[in-house]
Design a protein around this ligand. Structure first.
Ligand SMILES: NC(=O)C1=CN([C@@H]2O[C@H](COP(=O)(O)OP(=O)(O)OC[C@H]3O[C@@H](n4cnc5c(N)ncnc54)[C@H](OP(=O)(O)O)[C@@H]3O)[C@@H](O)[C@H]2O)C=CC1
Ligand SMILES: CC(=O)N[C@@H](CCC(=O)OP(=O)(O)O)C(=O)O
Length: 346
């Protein structure tokens, strides 16, 4: 297939840099426009020296992009800024939006959790939730894909097949999740300072994190009724990586081995998902820098309960890697194109 001419909006951020790193290995991708806000007008190499040697376009403001030379847009802007930007783009463009702006189908739920009315409700009706392994058919036909959040990706990949198989009680799901600090983005925030993050761990967004309704949206779709979850994220002193420990109650007659068999069957042909053997514990270091998700299911000591462990790299399967996987699906390319990566270890 011919080349895909790509613009990255928000190229001077963490997910933007990760898109550029990964797309360097994509044979069809040609980066024709990179945008920034504070850094508009600068060479990308002045923001990210590791990207200086590759002949990339300079950073420009979004208003200065010539859309006639662009086929595809990765939108990696802060949530809340993206609906208006995407609503103003020409209709020939295919788009994967990495922000949360098009993830929630229910406009009232969006307004409740994001504190303002949706600014592009018409576009929301055409947006497809891009958890690729679960919504592949819709992603392949989509023009606008809402790339999932990192916590929802790590939780939904194991939970959706188990709910569809009616193997777990949907009213008793606890998601205890940990993330690296790059999840907060590159802009200056007191909570991301070294002294606030190093040598300690803390929960945040307790009983109020905006990824709860996103997780619940897909779990409710799978269950055919409203599902609520207990979700608590924690900030870890590491730059990237995400681990979700998920505590579930088994339905009568179901064992932890049954859950594992369901996941093995569902993901047998999925290149990015591994169900680990025995009681092997998934570790973030084993997926670092890759688009992979490692999962295991272990019987709890408490009768009738199981513990599901799921790890991803928040910047790759949790953001830029899944975004490229979705682009590949939208163009009918093998989903692994540009994403055939081995973890950086140790
Ligand atoms: N980091 C992660 O692990 C994940 C992030 N996401 C989502 O992806 C999106 C990007 O995240 P991330 O890369 O971490 O964010 P960063 O804060 O690192 O980068 C944001 C980018 O957007 C640009 N920008 C900021 N404000 C504006 C504006 N008003 N108009 C135009 N451009 C603007 C910035 O430019 P400049 O720096 O020049 O000001 C920068 O290029 C967010 O919506 C985030 O929620 C999703 C999953 C995981
Ligand atoms: C450490 C940290 O702050 N992480 C972010 C998650 C970023 C992400 O996945 O998602 P969005 O695209 O929905 O922002 C948070 O908890 O909000």
């Amino acid at each position: 297939m011919s080349e895909i001419r790509i613009a990255i909006l928000g190229a001077s951020g963490y997910t933007g840099a990760e898109l550029i790193r990964l797309l360097r290995n994509h044979p069809q991708a040609r980066l024709v426009a990179l945008t920034a806000d504070r850094s508009a007008g600068k060479p990308i190499g002045s923001v990210f020296p590791q990207l200086a040697p590759f002949g990339l376009p300079d950073l420009v403001a979004i208003a200065d992009v010539d859309w006639s030379g662009v086929d595809f847009v990765f939108c990696a802007l802060p949530h809340g800024t993206t609906q208006a930007v995407i609503a103003g783009l020409p209709s020939h463009l295919k788009i994967v939006d990495l922000s949360a702006d098009f993830r929630l189908d229910n406009l009232d739920t969006y307004a409740e959790w994001y504190g303002h009315a949706h600014q592009a409700p018409g576009l929301q009706t055409e947006a497809v939730y891009g958890l690729t392994e679960i919504h592949r058919d819709a992603v392949q036909k989509a023009r606008l894909v809402a790339n999932p959040g990192c916590f929802p990706t790590s939780a939904l990949l194991p939970l959706v097949p188990l709910i569809e198989a009616a193997q777990i009680e949907v009213d008793d799901i606890i998601i205890d999740a940990k993330t690296g600090t790059s999840g907060a983005g590159r802009s200056l925030k007191e909570g991301s300072l070294y002294c606030e993050v190093t040598e300690g761990v803390h929960a945040y967004g307790v009983a109020s994190h905006r990824h709860a309704p996103e997780i619940e949206q897909d779990l409710s779709r799978s269950a055919g009724r409203s599902v609520l979850v207990n979700f608590t994220p924690h900030l870890m002193p590491m730059s990237r990586g995400m681990a979700s420990s998920i505590y579930v109650k088994l339905r009568p007659g179901v064992s932890a081995e049954d859950l594992k068999a369901t996941l093995i069957g569902r993901y047998r042909d999925e290149p990015f998902i591994s169900i680990l053997s025995g009681k092997d514990v998934p570790q973030t270091r084993h997926v670092r820098g890759t688009n992979r998700c490692h999962i295991n299911v272990i019987a709890d000591r408490l009768p009738g309960r199981a513990i599901i462990l799921s790890v991803i790299d928040n910047l790759v399967k949790g953001a830029s890697g899944q975004a490229i996987q979705n682009m590949n699906a939208m163009y009918g390319l093998p989903e692994t194109t540009g994403l055939d990566l081995v973890a950086i270890f140790p």
